[in-house]
Design a protein around this ligand. Structure first.
Ligand code: ADP
Ligand code: MG
Length: 247
């Protein structure tokens, strides 16, 4: 057992360009076990690209990324094994419409983790229970609200027992009245000690729930700190201008 408070995610000097477009211009970021950090910033500032580099959905141009002590950019690293340790939740839920909620949650378990059917069902049911959807195990995505579908997607990520979950605007596709149930699941996960990195426009929620807020603009981290500081007493003019939207 490693000591509590070690870094689950350790990003140094991360650069990412698409052709001649420099999108990430030197990101240094470390996330401790059990921390809930929010990344905020204007559209196009590189937030999604940053998250996607953290499980190599995008290949960084340079820099280093360690996840739970593993150098995920090392030559020969088993990227599928790495990805099993990193849950990812997107704006669009990407559930298979012809499969039940439980089927969606257990699919990766059966394919990626080679669990037996009985084991996968047990883990899948437990994951659905964690997001408050035990009673919807047999429902198909089309029978669920957007908020419930997103919670199934979260359960699918949890079922693989990740060391960290990355969320990219998990509530952006939801009707306003459905946002709360997804935010509540994230709160509950924090209580259970999950390490989470969340890109979100839910500034009120970030202010209330985050351990740390990271303000990104134009491919760099402009400022980061506890929410009281970033929202209440921002040090940088660019941060002040952005958080002035929240009141
Ligand atoms: P954010 O999530 O903060 O809105 P993104 O990381 O999605 O920002 O995008 C940052 C910039 O990178 C944008 O200019 C976007 O057009 C560009 N970009 C993102 N993905 C690609 C890609 N696959 N190819 C080319 N440009 C991309
Ligand atoms: Mg984005």
């Amino acid at each position: 057992m490693a000591a509590a408070g070690r870094h689950i995610l350790d990003v140094r000097g991360l650069h990412k360009s698409f052709g001649t477009l420099a999108v990430l211009k030197g990101i240094d970021f470390r996330l401790r076990e059990r921390e809930l950090a929010f990344v905020i910033g204007p559209s196009g500032s590189g937030k999604s690209t940053f998250l996607r580099c953290c499980n190599r959905l995008e290949e960084p141009t340079s820099g280093s990324i360690h996840v739970d002590g593993t150098d995920i950019l090392a030559p020969g690293v088993d990227i599928n094994a790495v990805r099993r340790r990193i849950g990812m939740v997107f704006q669009s839920f990407n559930l298979y419409p012809h499969m039940t909620a439980l089927g969606n949650v257990t699919l990766a378990l059966r394919l990626a983790s080679r669990k037996s059917k009985a084991e996968a069902l047990e883990i899948g049911r437990a994951a659905l229970a964690r997001v408050g959807l035990a009673h919807k195990a047999q429902a198909h995505p089309g029978e669920l609200s957007g908020g419930q579908q997103q919670r199934v997607a979260i359960a699918r990520a949890l079922a693989l027992e990740p060391k960290i979950v990355l969320f990219d605007e998990p509530t952006s596709a939801l009707d306003p009245e459905l946002v709360g149930s997804v935010l509540q699941v994230m709160r509950d996960l924090r209580e259970t000690g999950m390490t989470m990195l969340v890109v979100s426009h839910e500034l009120q929620f970030a202010r209330a729930a985050a351990d740390r807020v990271v303000f990104m603009e134009d491919g760099v981290i402009v400022e980061q700190g506890p929410p009281e500081q970033v929202f209440g007493a921002p040090q940088q003019a660019r941060t002040r201008a952005f958080v002035a939207r929240i009141d």
